[in-house]
Design a protein around this ligand. Structure first.
Ligand SMILES: [Zn+2]
Length: 352
């Protein structure tokens, strides 16, 4: 294993950012290579915990000669977000200086233009440098996993239809409850990688065998526990074994049995009015159209002061807000439905 650092000069004097990077060299030139990173949204730490345990496993595997493909691991990809503290809370999702989501505005380039990402890089802002270096690193691998998490959430992933159903092995290995099939048109990290993988000689490929770019949502922000992280690391290890990146004689493939739904089938349940939220249903619940999801206390104490929010469609509650007060229009839940629920969605991931 080789440990190195991406070093980025700050935008003001006296600051530099360091991103530790762990690289394992595979013994088999024919095996796929993989890039795995976590906490691009710096306050989403389940992936960082997972990768801590996975690195332990990979070091052991290296000592046993069991690493077949090249593996790059970045357990904490965003030191800039990690350092942002705003009124006592980490702001890990948006760059405070530009109000830009750390997981948007990645440059869209074809694979052949990869090195352009680093042209004149020293003239760019620290955040832009970070994005370009991470993307450049990822585009050197065949398989790219970006580990995020949701608010309160089951285990799920956003996967571009071009990589599905090939990526069902990842969903099975991580015991995902759902897969959201995205259409790859925003500037999230995963979609910038997918953009590069899909563009070949001016054409956009509908499927890209042997490649993968995925945003994994490792449950909710507070789901950071030693047993859970170790179990997820074991799951990711099984994925690597199945793809021949590590050798594991005990590996046995299993099938993914959960739903894989287009983003148009995601019902974003919103608060029609502001109020205190009393949830009646939890993540992981299957619901029917008409089921009571939440009561909003619009005017507490008044006889007509409540509003009931019900399910519009049958489906699985994939995520839930951790807030217990909603402003009008706030998201309360994401429900993975069996049928399309909306026609007004703009292409791209919802909000990873
Ligand atoms: Zn995220």
């Amino acid at each position: 294993m080789e440990r190195s650092e991406i070093i980025i000069g700050g935008d003001t004097a006296g600051i530099s950012w360091r991103v530790p990077l762990f690289r394992f060299r595979g013994s088999d030139a024919g095996a796929p290579s993989v890039h795995i990173q976590a906490a691009l949204h710096a306050n989403e730490l389940p992936g960082t915990a997972l990768l801590h345990f996975l690195l332990e496993r990979l070091r052991k595997a290296e000592a046993e000669g069991a690493i077949r493909g090249d593996i790059t691991v970045i357990p904490q990809a965003n030191p800039i977000g990690l350092a942002q503290s705003h009124f006592g809370e980490m702001e890990g999702r948006f760059d405070l200086g530009t109000r830009t989501n750390f997981n948007r505005d990645f440059p869209l380039v074809a694979l052949g233009e990869r090195d352009m990402l680093l042209a004149d890089i020293d003239r760019r802002s620290a955040v832009d440098q970070l994005k370009r270096r991470l993307l450049h690193e990822a585009l050197g691998a065949d398989l790219v996993l970006d580990l995020h998490c949701d608010d309160e959430s089951v285990q799920y992933a956003y996967i571009d239809g071009a990589f599905w159903p090939e990526a069902a092995d990842l969903a099975a290995a991580l015991d995902m409850r759902a897969v959201f099939l995205s259409d790859g048109e925003s500037t999230a990290f995963e979609e910038a990688v997918g953009h590069a993988f899909k563009r070949r000689e001016g054409e956009v490929a509908k499927s890209v065998p042997g490649r993968l770019s995925v945003t994994v949502e490792l449950r909710g922000r507070r789901d950071v526990y030693p047993d859970m992280a170790a179990r997820d690391a074991e799951g990711l290890w099984r994925f690597l074994a199945g793809r021949g990146i590590v050798a594991d004689p005990a590996f046995a493939a299993k099938a993914y049995t959960g739903p894989a739904v287009p983003l148009d089938n995601i019902d974003m349940v919103r608060a029609p009015e502001a109020g205190t939220i009393l949830f009646h249903r939890d993540i992981g619940d299957e619901v029917k159209a008409g089921d009571l999801l939440a009561t909003l206390l619009l005017r507490p104490g008044e006889p007509d002061g409540t509003l009931q929010v019900t399910a519009g469609h049958d489906g699985l509650i994939a995520t839930r807000s951790s807030a217990r007060h909603a402003r009008r229009g706030d998201d309360l839940m994401k429900i993975a439905c069996r049928e399309p629920t909306r026609k007004d969605r703009k292409p791209g991931t919802l909000e990873d």
